[in-house]
Design a binder for this molecule. Structure first.
Ligand code: KIV
Length: 266
């Protein structure tokens, strides 16, 4: 029987210096194949706003859309921990609506939620969610939902002072109950220092080699999304060419009368 990954599995992996892998997925079959491949955590990232829905930023998706994608992904997964990214403004107004919205993701099949940022209010949200049985993955460094207040896609934690500030925030999130922490676009030395001073696993999203885990957007890994690829992403395939090639072959077969064949009709 397949043993499902849970928050304790990831904690134990950090304790035994075993790295884990995280990929995003937005649909049933991709989630199923990624799960079969042995990826440990599958994230329904709000990056789907860009790579699946074609928007310019992550700001444009809401709770209802994230619920639909969560249901599709959760149906495909047997082993990995399923985490849903809480969309922009879905947990910021008050604690009861934060719990309500995060609870909707758990009801849709997620095992945990991801929440960006740090503030006294966010700490209380993390604490109340954890107390309510909703595990929280935190996210510091560059936080895309704060794109407009951060003033663009900027590396965070470049100085000793800002690294210490991220670490202090991370420690408070850890104390509030967060089970892991995504560090996005943080220099590798800073991410290493932060990782060494936390008991929860850190997940690098462009934060170098010394985090406990690595996350990438699956459409970057598969070479499917081509509008923009960040420096830290590695492309392992060329799905864009594969899709164009298959579509071209189908198109020419249809136009030349080669599809359908005798075996493809009733
Ligand atoms: O939205 C997303 O896909 C993410 C990860 C890349 C960390 O937040």
């Amino acid at each position: 029987m397949i043993k499902k990954v849970n928050v304790n599995t990831l904690k134990k992996m950090k304790e035994s210096s075993e790295k884990f892998s995280v990929l995003t997925a937005y649909d049933y079959s991709t989630a199923k194949y990624i799960d079969e491949a042995g990826i440990d955590v599958i994230l329904i990232g709000d990056s789907l706003a860009m790579v699946a829905l074609g928007y310019e930023t992550t700001h444009s998706v809401g709770v209802d859309e994230m619920k639909i994608f969560t249901k599709a992904v959760a149906k495909g997964v047997n082993r990995a921990l399923v985490v849903t990214d809480m969309p922009f403004l879905s947990y910021h107004t008050d604690i009861s609506s934060a719990i309500q919205n995060c609870g909707e993701m758990i009801k849709s099949g997620a095992n945990a939620v991801k929440i960006e940022g740090y503030s006294d209010y966010i700490l209380s949200v993390v604490k109340r969610l954890t107390e309510s049985g909703i595990p929280v993955m935190s996210h510091l460094g560059f936080t895309p939902q704060f794109l407009n207040t951060l003033g663009g896609y900027k590396i965070q934690g470049k100085t000793q002072e800002s690294t210490k500030k991220i670490l202090e925030q991370a420690k408070e999130l850890q104390a509030a109950g967060a089970f892991s922490l995504v560090l996005e676009m943080v220099p590798e030395d800073s991410a290493k220092y932060i990782t060494e001073h936390l008991t929860i696993p850190t997940i690098s999203c462009g934060a170098g080699r010394y985090c406990d885990a690595q996350v990438l957007v699956s459409d970057d890994v598969f070479g499917k999304y081509s509008d923009f690829t960040p420096k830290f992403a590695r492309k392992y395939g060329d799905m864009k060419s594969l899709i164009i090639d298959c579509a071209k072959k189908f198109d020419s077969d249809v136009k030349a009368g080669r599809f359908p064949s005798e075996n493809e009709v009733f």
